[in-house]
Design a protein around this ligand. Structure first.
Ligand code: ADP
Ligand code: MG
Length: 546
């Protein structure tokens, strides 16, 4: 039978071109990506074999690297789940993920950054073309009676053909470019594997050439099963980079083993950089779920609330059945308990970072602060703890979000009873707001809240440390500010007539007008009646079609 020829999707083609030309300084990542795919394939097989044990046979799951210097090839082989013909077309010929175009748009030309994106966007397989001018993939799906071979030079088309392959699994043969022969050296490969894949929970073997022995290159024990005392910062960092496809080191992590009523191990990481799709509601989030070391789900969002969607890592438990489904996860007491324990761990981790490493916490806040704030609304049970983690701009420090509510309270002058804030569309607009004039004069600090989510936050966060929060734009704010009005009675008498006529003169667009001492420079400003909704909230509701 002759080979079919297929065109790559247009996007795949430009991605390939870009990959090949932009990764000079980071070529080695191709191996991390291919080993990671091989390891994923083994995880998938292990998972399928729970229901269909006949798929697994009794060979040990492993990844094998084989060098053929004469042919100039490096082969990455696994005995995982393999791919059917259609899966090969779907996975290696098209980029089904909607992320591809966004990926292209985000490229900066900065190699380190761009190569990091490649992992994030799940286009790992194509990184093979960084070092190969031809890639041959031979694969056989577990339980299928046909094997296929896919081949491409990465230039717009690929071929597909039936082939002989006895065993289940996938074999990726890289025809290494002349400039990249270093990747045919065992030492070089060992280095890369140690760097990125040491803690993959299955052996990565290097098959010796000629009569050299086959060696296992990595530690091959799932990292989270090892005692903390055995693990270094480098170990934790390397493992994070493997599971999160991130080039940056994480900001913080927490590794716990819990025994007793509930039995689980958790390893949670705070990344140092937000993914591009943090605000895309459809985007999957959550941590990996393992049951007794068996990989079950990649992003189990049932295990963490939405506002902690930046957390990466995994949970391995003995308290869920191996055949656990999404449906079971959604209403399960074990899951609920693990989830509340994980929330506590993450908040502990953030507390600790805020206290001991304020500079790192500031980095965290810049990346994920807006997401964490959602927790005040989403998780009332923990809103007090979350409130302590919040950072704001204020009239004291409007350059960066650094002010804590505790800072604010500690600076409140005698007589000030409420925590004052002002919400608005942008920081510059807030800083120039006439609402601030009187408070400035009175020496009162006002929190300046310009994030969209702030409006919701302040409707749920009504007090802190016994001090009520109050908008500086509300009608009775003078009361909170206790601003003195000299000659109040005389002024009121003088202006009574004008003030009384204003609502009518303005066509009923205001409810009432009154004199105020809150302004020191501007002649007038709009305030919200005591129990009315703020302007921004009205805007949000309007946009939401309420
Ligand atoms: P990702 O791993 O993020 O899904 P990749 O580009 O690395 O993206 O791989 C694309 C897809 O190709 C994988 O999701 C998987 O379905 C398939 N694939 C790649 N390598 C293998 C392999 N060794 N065995 C089975 N399937 C594979
Ligand atoms: Mg991959």
């Amino acid at each position: 039978m002759s080979a079919e020829r297929h065109e790559f999707q247009a996007e795949t083609r430009s991605l390939l071109r870009l990959m090949i030309h932009s990764m000079y300084s980071n070529k080695e990542i191709f191996l991390r990506e291919l080993v990671s795919n091989a390891s994923d394939a083994c995880d998938k097989l292990r998972f399928l074999a729970i229901q269909q044990p006949e798929l697994a046979g009794d060979d040990e799951l492993a990844v094998e690297l084989a060098i053929d210097k004469e042919a100039g090839t490096l082969t990455v082989r696994d005995n995982g789940v393999g791919m059917s013909r259609q899966e090969v077309i779907d996975n290696l010929g098209t980029i089904a993920r909607s992320g591809t175009r966004q990926f292209m748009e985000q490229l900066s030309g900065d190699q380190a950054k761009d190569s990091q994106l490649i992992g994030q966007f799940g286009v790992g397989f194509y990184s093979a073309f960084i070092v190969a001018d031809k890639v041959t993939v031979r694969t056989r799906r577990a339980g299928a009676d046909e094997a296929v071979v896919w081949e491409s030079a990465g230039e717009g088309e690929y071929s597909l053909e039936a082939c002989d392959k006895e065993d289940r699994g996938t074999e990726v043969v890289l025809h290494i470019r002349d400039d990249d022969k270093e990747f045919l050296e065992p030492m070089r490969l060992e280095n890369v594997v140690r760097k990125y894949s040491d803690h993959i929970g299955l052996p990565i073997r290097l098959k010796g050439e000629g009569d050299a022995e086959t060696r296992v290159l990595n530690e091959a024990r799932a990292l989270w099963t090892r005692p903390k005392s055995e693990l270094s910062d480098e170990d934790y960092t390397g493992f994070y980079q493997h599971i999160a496809h991130d080039f940056q080191p994480p900001l913080a992590w927490a590794h716990h083993r819990v025994e007793g009523n509930l039995e689980y191990t958790s390893l949670l990481y705070i990344p140092s950089q937000a993914p591009f799709d943090l605000y895309n509601r459809e985007q999957q989030h959550g941590v990996k779920l393992y049951v007794k070391r068996v990989f079950i789900l990649d992003r189990a969002d049932e295990l963490l609330p939405n506002y902690l969607r930046f957390v990466r890592g995994l949970v391995d438990t003995a308290d869920l059945p191996l055949n656990v489904s999404r449906e079971i996860l959604q209403s399960n007491r074990v899951v609920d308990k693990i989830r509340s324990a994980l929330v506590k761990r993450v908040l502990d981790l953030l507390d600790d970072m805020a206290e001991k490493r304020p500079e790192d916490y500031a980095k965290f806040w810049t990346q994920f602060g807006r997401v964490l704030k959602e927790g005040v609304v989403e998780d009332p049970a923990n809103s007090e703890r979350i409130a302590k983690l919040l950072r704001f701009n204020s009239t004291q420090d409007s350059a960066a979000q650094t002010v804590t509510l505790a800072d604010y309270v500690s600076r409140m002058p005698e007589g000030q009873e409420k925590i004052l804030y002002l919400t608005g569309e942008s920081l510059p607009a807030l800083k120039n707001s006439p609402h601030l004039e009187g408070f400035r004069k009175a020496g009162y600090e006002v929190l300046l809240l310009a994030d969209r989510v702030d409006e919701w936050v302040v409707t749920h966060l009504t007090e802190f440390d016994g001090k009520p929060l109050e908008s500086a734009a509300r009608g009775d704010a003078e009361a909170a500010g206790k601003i003195e009005t000299p000659d109040k009675a005389r002024f009121e008498a003088e202006f009574a007539e004008v003030v009384g006529k204003l609502p009518e003169a303005l066509g009923g667009r205001i409810e009432s007008a009154r004199l105020s001492a809150r302004l020191t420079e501007s002649p007038s400003c709009l305030v919200v009646p005591e129990n009315g909704m703020s302007r921004q909230l009205l805007e949000i509701l309007k946009q939401a079609g309420e």
